[in-house]
Design a protein around this ligand. Structure first.
Ligand code: MN
Length: 275
């Protein structure tokens, strides 16, 4: 069995987004612009409300999906189409922007810990202008596979014949892996898919050591092998089939050409982005 080596380890950059939410941009910065089909990964995590209370007031998106996974805290989203949903501990909100949506993502809590991830998954060219949609996935809907080495929550995709509830438009695998100390785990991944693991707790070895707060990018072929030492470890593990299509980015819009980005800004200014 071929085991993927790590090709890159990055820590992301501290930045601010929305109305002043402090977060770490791990994918989508100069360190790692994208990992096809993943356009962006943010980690937010603070028990200081000043870091998150301003939230993300109404803003537009077009051409991709945002997948928000909460480890701790309570948030809600609302959009211009009248959809509303709540995010709690261990839940997922999967927003397909398609041709356009204007939504807000705001904390409900006024204190305490808010922690989680937002991942941007690109849409293939032929699906960029589909109807927008939401999947609100409660923590209880996410299967938890018990292993000798810990637990694997299957958010989307197929992990050893357990299917996650998140429905994507191209094949992906999204897992929250919690490993016990001194244990080993192999994650089967399709050959040719891009894969990364972000260590949000503890420390894990996979040829090299990945420490808390680090993201490892893996080779494109083989399975992934993780080995812990004395620390229980949490890994946000994501893999997906690359689209291999041109990517044009313009703030909250991700299309295939510069012209399509300019059109998105025009549509937004004219109030027809989500019409
Ligand atoms: Mn958003």
């Amino acid at each position: 069995m071929n085991i993927r080596a790590i090709t890159q380890i990055i820590e992301g950059i501290k930045t601010t987004d929305g109305a002043g939410v402090n977060l770490t941009r791990i994918i989508g910065s100069s360190e790692l612009n994208m990992l096809d089909p993943f356009l962006l990964l943010d980690e937010f995590g603070s028990d200081n409300p000043d870091d998150y209370i301003a939230g993300f007031p109404p803003h537009p998106h077009r051409g991709f999906e945002t997948i928000t996974y909460m480890l701790n805290g309570k948030w809600q989203h609302k959009d211009s189409a009248g959809n509303e949903g709540k995010l709690g501990e261990g839940s997922v909100q999967w927003m397909t922007a398609g041709r356009g949506i204007i939504h807000s993502e705001m904390p409900i809590q006024t204190d305490g810990l808010a922690r989680g991830f937002q991942l941007w998954l690109n849409l293939p060219k032929e699906k960029k202008m589909i109807e927008p949609s939401y999947q609100d996935i409660d923590a209880g809907q996410i299967p938890i596979v018990k292993e000798m080495s810990g637990t694997v929550k299957v958010i989307s995709g197929n992990y050893n014949d357990t299917m996650g509830p998140g429905e994507s438009h191209t094949p992906v695998l999204i897992l929250d892996i919690q490993m016990n100390e001194n244990s080993e785990l192999v994650i089967p991944v399709e050959n040719g898919w891009n894969a990364f693991g972000f260590v949000y707790e503890g420390e894990v070895r996979s040829g090299k050591t990945i420490s808390k707060g680090q993201l490892a990018v893996f080779e494109k072929d083989g399975n992934t092998h993780f080995e812990t030492t004395e620390k229980p470890t949490g890994i946000y593990f994501v893999a997906g089939e690359p689209l291999n299509e041109p990517v044009a980015r313009g703030g909250p819009f991700v299309m295939n050409t510069r012209g399509e980005i300019l059109q998105a800004f025009t549509d937004y200014q004219n109030g027809v982005l989500d019409k």
